[in-house]
Design a protein around this ligand. Structure first.
Ligand code: SME
Length: 158
C-alpha cells in the first residue's frame, strides 16, 4: 500500500464517521475515548497507532490508546513534541515525514507520518487525538476534517 492508496477517500471518511458513532454507542467519557481509538485503529488501514491524550495541568497524559505496542510517551509537557505543540497552539498538526520534523518525539521505528487533533471543550483544549501512520504522507485534509469531527464528538462526551 503506497501513500496515495493508504489515504482516505471522502466516501470512506463519511463511512468511518458513521462507524465511530456506532462504536461509541451510549458510552461517555473515557469509555467513549476507548471505543473511538479502538475503532479508528481497527478500521482505518493507515492509522497504525491511535491514542487520546488528556490535558492535566501543564502536561498531556495518555488516556486511551490502540495499536500494536505501548508508547513510552505517557506524559508529555505542553509545548513538547508534535503532541505538545498542537495542544498548546490549539490546532491540528499534520507531519507528512516525521524524520524531517525537529519537534517529533519518536515512539515507534515504523512511524513515517503523524496527525494530532486537539479536542476543544468549554473554550479550552482538554485533550487531543494522536495518530501515527507507518506510511509517509498518510494524512490529508480529509483526515483532518474527519478527525476534527471525531474530536468534536468526543468533546461532547468528555
Ligand atoms: N510523536 C509524538 C509523541 C507521541 S507518540 O507518537 C505516541 C510527538 O512528537 O509528540
Amino acid at each position: 500500500m503506497n501513500a496515495m492508496s493508504a489515504r482516505l477517500s471522502r466516501e470512506q471518511a463519511r463511512t468511518h464517521l458513521g462507524g465511530v458513532e456506532s462504536a461509541l454507542g451510549n458510552s461517555t467519557g473515557r469509555a467513549a475515548r476507548e471505543a473511538a481509538v479502538r475503532y479508528l485503529n481497527g478500521s482505518v488501514p493507515a492509522y497504525s497507532w491511535v491514542g487520546v491524550y488528556s490535558v492535566e495541568g501543564k502536561d498531556l497524559v495518555l488516556d486511551a490508546w490502540s495499536g500494536p505496542a505501548a508508547t513510552e510517551h505517557t506524559r508529555i509537557p505542553l509545548g513538547k513534541g508534535v503532541c505538545g505543540f498542537a495542544a498548546k497552539a490549539g490546532r491540528t498538526e499534520i507531519v507528512s515525514d516525521v524524520s524531517k520534523d525537529p519537534r517529533y518525539l519518536s515512539c515507534f521505528v515504523s512511524t513515517k507520518s503523524e496527525i494530532v487533533v486537539p479536542i476543544h471543550a468549554g473554550g479550552k483544549v482538554v485533550g487531543e487525538i494522536d495518530i501515527d501512520s507507518d506510511h509517509k504522507d498518510a494524512f490529508s485534509t480529509l483526515d483532518r476534517e474527519f478527525l476534527e469531527a471525531v474530536a468534536a464528538r468526543l468533546a461532547s462526551l468528555w
